[in-house]
Design a protein around this ligand. Structure first.
Ligand code: B4P
Length: 190
């Protein structure tokens, strides 16, 4: 199994590069952001709770996202592998993912970190805010809160995988196709 974690701050291109990777590597794309937005669209109890938290730019509780991911893993036992996009976002989520994969006799093959400066992140998210109906992209105060959440709660996840020798970093600045070439090179070296 090839199991990849796509890592980086909001707006670094995780979703964009995941969409390219699934086509070439035939992996299952698990984006906790997309799963949460689906719950919101369907008006579920979980979605109603997540909606307010996401609109504020905060992380949804670990228990909720871990439960969603475990369900997806259980339903896709025959998969060639997974791309985890936007998950894990805390060390507790990373530990829970390791535990769930171990129980399937699998493990994370590597983490690909996309490095992008704050000014560019803000520019990309504000642009998406004008093109989509994501409320968390519409307000610079919320965008900065998401970046701060990333720095305080998510950056330690990179250290978690670094200690396992699984962290690979690439510049996420420039053309999407050029970044994808660099990402593929890293994936092929795993
Ligand atoms: P996500 O859906 O993961 O959203 P994101 O971090 O903004 O990244 P995304 O993948 O969508 O954007 P991308 O960088 O591809 O999370 C949203 C919220 O859900 C979180 O704030 C949180 O509340 C909650 N959540 C999700 N997962 C959670 C978890 N595990 N635990 C707790 N809470 C969780 O792209 C951004 C934009 O940049 C796009 O418009 C794209 O077209 C553009 N772009 C990409 N690459 C580019 C490039 N090279 N040049 C120019 N533009 C580019």
């Amino acid at each position: 199994m090839l199991n990849l974690v796509l890592f980086g701050p909001p707006g670094s291109g995780k979703g964009t590069q995941s969409n390219n990777l699934i086509k070439d590597y035939h992996l299952i794309h698990l984006s906790t952001g997309d799963l949460l937005r689906n719950e919101i669209a369907e008006g579920t109890e979980l979605g109603l709770k997540a909606k307010e938290i996401m609109a504020e730019g905060l992380l949804v509780p670990d228990k909720v996202v871990i439960g969603m991911i475990k369900k997806k893993l259980e339903n896709n036992k025959a998969a060639k592998g997974f791309i985890f996009d936007g998950f894990p976002r805390t060390v507790a989520q990373a530990e829970a993912l390791d535990e769930a994969l171990t129980s399937m006799d699998a493990h994370i093959s590597g983490m690909i970190e996309l490095k992008v400066g704050q000014e560019e992140l803000e520019k990309r998210l504000l642009l998406r805010g004008t093109e989509s109906d994501r409320p968390d992209d519409a307000d610079i105060v919320v965008i900065r809160k998401r970046i701060n959440e990333y720095i305080s709660k998510t950056v330690p996840v990179a250290e978690y995988y670094k200690q396992q020798g699984k962290l690979r970093s690439v510049s996420g600045m420039g053309k999407v196709e050029d970044i994808f070439d660099s990402v593929k090179e890293l994936v092929n070296s795993l």
